[in-house]
Design a protein around this ligand. Structure first.
Ligand SMILES: [Zn+2]
Length: 87
């Protein structure tokens, strides 16, 4: 992921276009509108990412900011956009 910014949430796969990690891999501490996790806090390791994702899905995958949810939102489709290294 060197030299590329990350805009996709490692935990839920939402891409709101906001930079979560810059090109140096530094976190910008963006709170995800979907799963509510903060970049650089809950998603530092693949183990933590999977644990948070499982617990979020176990809770019924609720939106942290329900107003940001699109009418045609699809959990499976969004999960498919999670980068392979965070699945
Ligand atoms: Zn998220």
């Amino acid at each position: 992921m060197e030299g590329r910014v990350e805009t996709v949430c490692r935990i839920c796969g939402l891409d709101a276009g906001e930079v979560r990690f810059d090109e140096d891999g530094l976190s910008l501490f963006v709170v995800c509108a979907c799963c509510g996790c903060e970049s650089g806090v809950e998603d530092g390791t693949a183990t933590a990412v999977r644990r948070h994702r499982e617990s979020w899905i176990g809770d019924g995958a609720p939106w942290f900011e329900p107003k940001a949810k699109q009418a045609d939102w699809d959990l499976e489709r969004q999960l498919a956009s999670i980068p392979p290294e965070w699945r």
